[in-house]
Design a protein around this ligand. Structure first.
Ligand code: GLY
Length: 351
């Protein structure tokens, strides 16, 4: 088992190992004390892992209650968030109690926002069960729900008190959901660790899962320690995301987040090179590793369609968009691109 320590506004440990679901109760009890625990999860994860986690918690003396919502992005709105809050109140969760998010990014984001806001903040534990939530969303304290007008428009930075990543839970992931997380893994290599990128070129992610998750979490930890509220360096985690978001929206969310980010990274790196913003074209290297991990590297949307959404993205400020672009493999930077250049940029990236 590996432990990564985060030192942000709250200090906490991230535990990465196999079989950790079964001793989650003892681990939480030893660090955070015994209390009532509200487990928040979706119906898919509930069927697979909730009983094990709750059995472990109850064995260690916790009183457990469980809230299950239907899986999928449609649940990630104010209605389910409000149901969670009512559930916590009706089940007498107090300020000394705890919310545990069990699952992928959606239970993590929604549970985190409920933990942040219920009684002005209660203890919060993340137990990620997808690769994407293990390497990205469970770490760093971004919590949010969607509004009808856009994704993640209501939320807060609220660090968890502990993250328990049992990577044996990834064994039940469908291939395409596992691949989704691989896109974020590859992103870490491209934005901040050339050696790690080379490792991914030559090795299989699944076969090296403990090392891969640990290395990604260490990188995210370093970024969050330095810039918890995303006023600077943390933005590099958005590499591929602005154009990726436009791809997700254009596909009516038929193209998953990871697939969209994969294509977004190609467009951003090729566009940056062709527009003369950097000296190296890293898109071919990224493409090779994406393909190896069963991720798409192109889409059929026009540059105009992607431009429309990219320029209404919440990252727009005034007449420019801050895009994360590579300087070279393993080093990315934020660059303000005037909106009138964005169409040309995307066209260049799509060629
Ligand atoms: N998922 C990007 C971040 O946590 O900043």
């Amino acid at each position: 088992m590996n432990t990564v320590k985060v030192n942000a506004s709250k200090d906490y440990n991230i535990y990465i190992g196999s079989g950790l679901l079964d001793d989650a109760g003892e681990r939480i009890k030893n660090e955070l004390g015994v209390c009532s625990a509200a487990v928040i999860t979706d119906d898919n994860v509930n069927a697979l892992y909730a009983d094990r986690v709750i059995a472990s918690l109850e064995k260690s003396g916790f009183r457990c209650v469980k809230f299950v919502f239907p899986h999928g992005e449609e649940s990630k709105g104010i209605a389910v968030y409000s149901e969670i809050l009512s559930f916590l109140a009706e089940n007498h969760i107090t300020r000394t109690d705890m919310l545990i998010s069990l699952g992928g990014g959606i239970p993590g984001d929604m549970g985190g926002f409920a933990a942040a806001t219920f009684l002005r903040g209660i203890k919060f534990v993340q137990i990620p069960t997808t690769l994407l939530s293990a390497v990205d969303s469970s770490v760093g304290g971004k919590t949010a729900v969607n509004l009808p007008s856009g994704k993640n428009l209501v939320g807060s930075f609220y660090q968890p008190d502990m993250v328990i990543c049992d990577y044996s839970a990834l064994d039940t992931l469908p291939d395409e959901i596992f691949a989704d997380g691989c896109a974020e893994v590859i992103k870490y290599g491209a934005i901040m660790d050339r050696e790690f990128f080379e490792f991914l070129k030559n090795n299989d992610i699944k076969e090296n899962i403990e090392y891969v998750i640990t290395r990604c979490v260490e990188m995210k930890r370093d970024i969050v320690n330095e810039d918890e509220k995303e006023t600077g360096i943390r933005a590099i985690l958005n590499f591929g995301h602005t154009i990726g978001h436009a791809i997700e929206i254009n596909s009516n969310f038929e193209i998953s987040h990871g697939s969209a980010v994969a294509i977004g990274m190609i467009i951003a790196s090729k566009g940056a090179y062709k527009m003369g913003y950097c000296d190296t074209d890293i898109s071919e290297d990224i493409k090779e590793v994406l393909i190896k991990n069963k991720l798409p590297v192109s889409c059929n949307f026009t540059a105009e369609a992607l431009y429309e959404v990219s320029c209404s993205d919440k990252k727009r400020s005034g007449n420019s968009i801050k895009l994360i672009i590579p300087e070279k493999m393993g080093k990315c930077t934020g660059k303000k691109i005037p909106t009138e250049q964005m169409l040309g940029f995307i066209k260049a990236g799509l060629e």
